[in-house]
Design a protein around this ligand. Structure first.
Ligand code: MF3
Ligand code: CO
Length: 258
């Protein structure tokens, strides 16, 4: 069941989104060679709680941390560890969510650790572009197939793979609400988007094959061919104007080319 949000509810989600943006900005600055993913997790939890919010990932279906830290070929849901020390040249995707005053926000980015290869940098950029192409389609009257197609066509035209086993999702009082938001699709097909929908759009893009495997910990997904993977996510509201508002990127305004 899809729950539509009224403008007051979207205003609350705007506050959650703004806080998560601040948290992710700080985490981005903290990514350096020598830092453990567990240290990033502890920092995230501290920032969230200091701001009177709750880390939404912690204990979610038994998940043991406040962020997912997915390095190199890891797609999503990497569990932070003291033993995982970031090294120059790696890429790390940090996914984080919080609840403020009962309302959820969910967002992720991928960044290089120190200097990274041109190939890795390009994968990160293509993934962000996939997000913006998809987000641009999140207008009332469009369909979810338009959103998925925008992502898929951009990724595949750059020789990248779209992970299919994992999707974006509706979000609101719960982290995962209906509908699932696929990162691939057919224009004109799928659910019609409406004012008041709030969704997390999250392309997961590989430099090689899109197929994935899951680690023995039952959480961390990796590309089957061990190619690099990048993830980028924002929480979006289709607001009263019928246009997409990026709740986890306050102050963002659309530019013509996006
Ligand atoms: N943020 C993820 C998503 O986008 C969910 C994380 S799963 C958790 O759907 F278990 F880590 F919470
Ligand atoms: Co999400």
């Amino acid at each position: 069941m899809i729950s539509l949000k009224n403008p007051d509810q979207i205003a609350k989600m705007r506050k959650s989104g703004a806080l998560l943006y601040e948290v992710l900005q700080k985490l981005r600055e903290a990514v350096k060679p020598g830092v453990s993913t567990a240290a990033l997790d502890a920092y995230a939890e501290q920032l969230i709680r200091k701001n009177h919010a709750i880390p939404s990932f912690l204990h979610y279906e038994g998940y043991p941390a406040s962020i997912c830290a997915s390095v190199d070929d890891a797609v999503v849901h990497g569990i932070p560890s003291e033993k995982q020390i970031l090294k120059e040249g790696q890429i790390i995707s940090i996914d984080c969510g919080l609840v403020l005053d009962g309302w959820q926000a969910d967002s992720a980015f991928t960044v290089g650790v120190g200097e990274i290869s041109a190939e890795a940098q390009s994968l990160i950029e293509i993934t962000e572009q996939c997000f913006w192409k998809a987000a641009r389609q999140c207008v009332a009257g469009n369909r979810l197939g338009d959103v998925g197609y925008a992502c898929q066509s951009w990724a595949e035209s750059h020789g990248c793979g779209v992970i299919r086993d994992l999707t974006g999702h509706g979000i609101g009082r719960e982290m995962h609400e209906d509908p699932p938001v696929y990162n691939f699709g057919t224009p004109g097909k799928g659910l019609r988007l409406r004012k008041g929908m709030t969704i997390a759009v999250e392309p997961m893009i590989s430099a090689g094959d899109w197929r994935v495997t899951c680690d023995a910990d039952q959480w961390c997904y990796r590309t089957r061919d061990r190619s690099l993977c990048s993830h980028y996510e924002h929480t979006i509201a289709i607001n009263e104007s019928g246009l997409p508002e990026i709740l986890t990127y306050p102050g963002f305004v659309w530019k013509e080319e996006e």
